[in-house]
Design a protein. Structure first.
Length: 167
Protein backbone atom coordinates (compact mmCIF):
# COMPACT_ATOMS: atom_id res chain seq x y z
CA UNK A 1 0.00 0.00 0.00
CA UNK A 2 1.37 3.41 -0.98
CA UNK A 3 1.88 6.17 1.57
CA UNK A 4 0.14 9.51 1.16
CA UNK A 5 3.45 11.12 0.14
CA UNK A 6 3.97 8.49 -2.57
CA UNK A 7 0.41 8.98 -3.82
CA UNK A 8 0.89 12.75 -3.92
CA UNK A 9 4.14 12.37 -5.89
CA UNK A 10 2.47 9.96 -8.33
CA UNK A 11 -0.34 12.44 -8.96
CA UNK A 12 2.07 15.38 -9.39
CA UNK A 13 4.24 13.34 -11.77
CA UNK A 14 1.07 12.50 -13.68
CA UNK A 15 0.38 16.21 -14.10
CA UNK A 16 3.96 16.83 -15.21
CA UNK A 17 3.74 14.01 -17.73
CA UNK A 18 0.93 15.79 -19.51
CA UNK A 19 3.42 18.58 -20.21
CA UNK A 20 5.72 16.02 -21.89
CA UNK A 21 2.93 15.12 -24.24
CA UNK A 22 2.00 11.82 -22.60
CA UNK A 23 -1.21 10.89 -20.86
CA UNK A 24 -1.62 11.11 -17.11
CA UNK A 25 -1.92 7.33 -16.61
CA UNK A 26 1.35 6.70 -18.38
CA UNK A 27 3.13 9.28 -16.23
CA UNK A 28 1.58 7.83 -13.07
CA UNK A 29 2.88 4.36 -14.03
CA UNK A 30 6.30 5.91 -14.54
CA UNK A 31 6.14 7.55 -11.10
CA UNK A 32 5.27 4.23 -9.48
CA UNK A 33 8.33 2.64 -11.08
CA UNK A 34 10.55 5.55 -10.01
CA UNK A 35 9.40 4.96 -6.42
CA UNK A 36 9.91 1.18 -6.53
CA UNK A 37 13.08 -0.37 -5.21
CA UNK A 38 12.25 -3.74 -6.80
CA UNK A 39 10.96 -4.58 -10.30
CA UNK A 40 7.20 -4.11 -10.63
CA UNK A 41 4.79 -6.40 -12.45
CA UNK A 42 1.61 -5.57 -14.33
CA UNK A 43 -0.61 -6.76 -11.49
CA UNK A 44 1.07 -4.42 -9.02
CA UNK A 45 0.67 -1.48 -11.39
CA UNK A 46 -3.05 -2.14 -11.83
CA UNK A 47 -3.64 -2.62 -8.10
CA UNK A 48 -1.61 0.31 -6.79
CA UNK A 49 -2.82 2.82 -9.37
CA UNK A 50 -6.34 1.40 -9.70
CA UNK A 51 -6.21 1.31 -13.49
CA UNK A 52 -7.23 -1.38 -15.96
CA UNK A 53 -4.81 -4.05 -17.14
CA UNK A 54 -5.14 -2.71 -20.68
CA UNK A 55 -4.28 0.83 -19.61
CA UNK A 56 -1.36 -0.40 -17.51
CA UNK A 57 -0.06 -2.65 -20.29
CA UNK A 58 -0.25 0.09 -22.92
CA UNK A 59 1.39 2.59 -20.55
CA UNK A 60 4.27 0.20 -19.84
CA UNK A 61 4.76 -0.44 -23.56
CA UNK A 62 4.80 3.27 -24.39
CA UNK A 63 7.15 4.08 -21.50
CA UNK A 64 9.54 1.49 -22.92
CA UNK A 65 9.26 3.18 -26.32
CA UNK A 66 10.19 6.49 -24.67
CA UNK A 67 13.25 4.79 -23.13
CA UNK A 68 12.39 5.70 -19.53
CA UNK A 69 11.70 2.18 -18.24
CA UNK A 70 13.11 -1.26 -18.95
CA UNK A 71 11.57 -4.70 -18.96
CA UNK A 72 13.40 -7.18 -16.75
CA UNK A 73 13.03 -10.84 -15.88
CA UNK A 74 12.96 -12.44 -12.48
CA UNK A 75 14.43 -15.91 -12.32
CA UNK A 76 11.72 -18.54 -11.95
CA UNK A 77 8.88 -16.19 -12.93
CA UNK A 78 7.56 -16.09 -16.48
CA UNK A 79 5.87 -12.70 -16.07
CA UNK A 80 7.44 -9.45 -17.22
CA UNK A 81 8.59 -6.91 -14.66
CA UNK A 82 9.64 -3.30 -15.11
CA UNK A 83 12.10 -0.86 -13.60
CA UNK A 84 12.58 2.86 -14.12
CA UNK A 85 15.71 4.03 -15.90
CA UNK A 86 18.11 4.33 -12.94
CA UNK A 87 20.11 7.22 -14.40
CA UNK A 88 18.08 10.42 -14.08
CA UNK A 89 20.11 12.12 -16.81
CA UNK A 90 19.39 9.28 -19.25
CA UNK A 91 15.70 9.48 -18.39
CA UNK A 92 15.50 13.24 -19.01
CA UNK A 93 17.64 12.95 -22.14
CA UNK A 94 15.29 10.26 -23.52
CA UNK A 95 12.25 12.42 -22.82
CA UNK A 96 13.84 15.41 -24.56
CA UNK A 97 14.82 13.36 -27.62
CA UNK A 98 11.37 11.81 -27.89
CA UNK A 99 9.60 15.15 -27.52
CA UNK A 100 11.74 16.65 -30.29
CA UNK A 101 10.91 13.73 -32.56
CA UNK A 102 7.17 13.69 -31.79
CA UNK A 103 6.42 17.39 -31.46
CA UNK A 104 9.10 19.77 -32.69
CA UNK A 105 10.07 17.95 -35.91
CA UNK A 106 6.48 17.64 -37.25
CA UNK A 107 5.79 21.31 -36.43
CA UNK A 108 8.89 22.42 -38.33
CA UNK A 109 7.97 20.18 -41.26
CA UNK A 110 4.43 21.59 -41.35
CA UNK A 111 5.80 25.15 -41.32
CA UNK A 112 8.22 24.42 -44.15
CA UNK A 113 5.43 22.76 -46.18
CA UNK A 114 3.23 25.79 -45.58
CA UNK A 115 5.92 28.17 -46.83
CA UNK A 116 6.61 26.00 -49.90
CA UNK A 117 3.09 25.10 -50.92
CA UNK A 118 0.68 27.74 -49.67
CA UNK A 119 -0.04 30.77 -51.75
CA UNK A 120 1.29 33.32 -49.32
CA UNK A 121 2.39 36.46 -51.07
CA UNK A 122 6.05 37.30 -50.49
CA UNK A 123 6.67 40.61 -48.80
CA UNK A 124 3.49 40.44 -46.72
CA UNK A 125 3.56 40.49 -42.94
CA UNK A 126 2.36 36.88 -42.82
CA UNK A 127 5.12 35.68 -45.14
CA UNK A 128 7.76 37.58 -43.19
CA UNK A 129 6.53 36.20 -39.84
CA UNK A 130 6.42 32.64 -41.14
CA UNK A 131 9.87 32.95 -42.71
CA UNK A 132 11.32 34.37 -39.50
CA UNK A 133 9.61 31.63 -37.48
CA UNK A 134 11.02 28.99 -39.82
CA UNK A 135 14.53 30.44 -39.56
CA UNK A 136 14.32 30.57 -35.76
CA UNK A 137 12.97 27.03 -35.51
CA UNK A 138 15.73 25.78 -37.82
CA UNK A 139 18.29 27.39 -35.53
CA UNK A 140 16.71 25.61 -32.54
CA UNK A 141 16.60 22.40 -34.57
CA UNK A 142 20.34 22.67 -35.24
CA UNK A 143 21.03 23.26 -31.54
CA UNK A 144 18.75 20.40 -30.46
CA UNK A 145 20.34 18.00 -32.94
CA UNK A 146 23.79 18.84 -31.60
CA UNK A 147 22.64 18.63 -27.99
CA UNK A 148 20.68 15.41 -28.44
CA UNK A 149 23.30 13.84 -30.68
CA UNK A 150 25.63 12.82 -27.86
CA UNK A 151 24.48 12.17 -24.30
CA UNK A 152 27.94 12.41 -22.78
CA UNK A 153 28.75 15.74 -24.46
CA UNK A 154 25.33 17.12 -23.50
CA UNK A 155 25.81 16.11 -19.88
CA UNK A 156 29.19 17.84 -19.84
CA UNK A 157 27.72 20.96 -21.39
CA UNK A 158 24.95 21.13 -18.79
CA UNK A 159 27.47 20.61 -15.99
CA UNK A 160 29.51 23.50 -17.37
CA UNK A 161 26.42 25.73 -17.69
CA UNK A 162 25.31 24.88 -14.15
CA UNK A 163 28.63 26.02 -12.71
CA UNK A 164 30.15 22.58 -12.33
CA UNK A 165 27.19 20.99 -10.55
CA UNK A 166 27.31 17.27 -11.34
CA UNK A 167 24.39 16.03 -13.45
Amino acid sequence: MLSEEYKRFIERWGSLGVLWGINRSMARVHALLILSEEPVGLDTVTEELEISRGNASMSLKELRNWGVIKRVSISGDRRDFYVAEPDTWNMIFSIAAERKKREFDPALEALDNLLENAEIEEGTGVHERLTELSDTMKTFDHILKRFLGNEKVSRGLLEMLSGGKSI
